[in-house]
Design a protein around this ligand. Structure first.
Ligand SMILES: [Zn+2]
Length: 225
């Protein structure tokens, strides 16, 4: 799953190739956190509502340790088919889900709580609307395409519907793809990005895994783009 054509972009392919190596050596804490979120989306699903996530950072690379933050992107469907931007409007529904998730993680699923960093929240109504009206300048679509190409999804079947919808429009995809590539170059050159890679490499080595020189080379080439 994910959006195939974006994933085939050379720079995204490179990033995901490196990520794959780290994920093969996933920590049990990363796995447990994915399970916590999955359980959460199931409970919300039973109530008739829709929620999904994309995970960035250490859980995306499978290298989360006990006190790592969890960086997450929310996907919700805002009230009454509203197409507002839930993050800038700080809408009620988003507020409720923020609190619910934090409370569930603390009281129900985890013996040990961990800090949640909310990276973003996308309103799926807005995503659908922008695809339908063919909004070539949609920030929501750029973000959706970006997260879906590089992150780790929870409740992916929900997201798949919007991926397919977007993929049907080739012209729209082309425009979004070039914006995604630009975002990516900005990200690679940020200090925190290369710092994260160093951190994940140290963790792997600390846990007794050796990083093959081919992977080290790939990481160096990637970070020096
Ligand atoms: Zn909202």
């Amino acid at each position: 799953m994910g959006i195939m054509r974006f994933q085939n972009h050379p720079i995204i392919k490179e990033f995901n190739g490196i990520k794959k190596f780290f994920r093969k050596n996933e920590t049990h804490i990363s796995r447990k956190r994915m399970e916590d979120l999955k359980k959460f989306t199931e409970v919300i699903g039973e109530s008739g509502d829709t929620i999904a996530f994309d995970i960035m950072g250490s859980v995306n690379f499978g290298q989360a340790i006990e006190y790592s933050d969890m960086d997450i992107v929310y996907y919700i469907k805002c009230d009454n088919n509203s197409i507002e931007d839930c993050l800038t409007e700080d809408c009620g529904r988003f507020k409720i889900y923020k609190e619910l998730l934090i409370n569930s993680l603390i009281y129900e699923y985890s013996s040990q709580s961990y800090p949640i960093q909310i990276v973003d929240c996308l309103n799926l109504n807005q995503v659908e609307h922008d695809i339908k009206i063919r909004n070539f300048e949609s920030l929501a679509l750029i973000k959706f395409g970006f997260y879906r190409s590089v992150c780790r999804g929870v409740n992916r079947k929900v997201l798949h519907f919007y991926e397919q919808l977007l993929e049907e429009d080739e012209e729209l995809c082309n425009v979004i793809e070039s914006s995604i590539a630009e975002c990516f170059l900005g990200l690679i050159h940020s200090n925190s990005h290369s710092y994260s890679f160093k951190k994940y490499m140290e963790r792997l080595e600390f846990n007794g895994s050796k990083i093959p020189s081919s992977i080290l080379e790939k990481i160096t080439t990637y970070l020096n783009k």
